[in-house]
Ligand binder design. Structure first.
Ligand code: CA
Length: 224
């Protein structure tokens, strides 16, 4: 059996850490466990994880600081564990570069589902060279898109956005994540940018139902 993805868990609470690592190990992941943020920054180099699960409440530097520290060195996906379901914490986490978050108390199963989804979304590009959705065909290497065999002219960002959505067919992707993945962390514009580009894509493709809006959640590419 091939070893599962290596994860780095950063959590100071023994009970939560043991529960989470046992559950994830049962599900085929390999777990390295850091008890503090400072330790996590060292383990990041040593372990080279595919994803980091990062608690916000840590002794010393908190999870937000550590998230910034990780982002300064690596684009590894980060799922944050936040103590409260507060908008401020969620936004702060995404602003410092987290990919997703889970609110405590959570079930290990819920966390595992989130980890799996983030890993899937973060598969290194280029993924498949050719992505298809009905008669929409995207060639990632040639950077060409056609609909029913006819070429469609897209801007660079429209192309990247479509590629990301097609690579995650059937999954609702949040505007924040699209902004991060397509425009990058340094982009200062708001999520309205994503809405404008999705509208453009629908118009240019002439397939308005291919990308569905999920109010308050994001967008999803759906098979016809
Ligand atoms: Ca903690």
């Amino acid at each position: 059996m091939t070893p599962g993805p290596q994860l780095l868990l950063v959590e100071d609470e023994e009970s939560i850490g043991s529960l989470v690592s046992a559950y994830l190990e049962q599900n085929g992941y390999r777990i390295a466990w850091s008890r503090s943020g400072e330790e996590a920054l060292l383990d990041l180099e040593r372990v080279r994880p595919r994803l980091v699960i990062l608690d916000v409440g840590l002794p010393g530097q908190d999870g937000f600081d550590i998230c910034r520290g990780i982002r300064a060195r690596s684009q590894v996906p980060i799922v944050m564990l936040t103590a409260r379901d507060e908008e401020a914490d969620r936004v702060a986490g995404l602003e410092v570069g987290a990919d997703d978050y889970v609110t405590k108390p959570f079930s290990p199963r819920e966390l595992a589902a989130r980890v799996k989804a983030v890993l899937r979304r973060s598969d290194p590009v280029p993924r498949a060279a050719r992505l298809e959705l009905g008669d929409v065909v995207l060639d990632a290497e040639a950077r060409e898109v056609s609909v029913a065999g006819d070429p469609v002219e897209l801007t660079g960002k429209e192309f990247d956005l479509l590629a990301y959505l097609l690579d995650n067919v059937g999954i609702v992707v949040s505007r924040d994540l699209l902004l991060d993945r397509v425009w990058g962390l340094s982009y200062a514009g708001g999520t309205r940018t994503v809405d404008v580009h999705v509208a453009q894509l629908r118009r240019k493709l002439g397939r308005p139902d291919a990308i569905r809006t999920f109010r308050g959640a994001g967008y999803k590419a759906v098979r016809p």
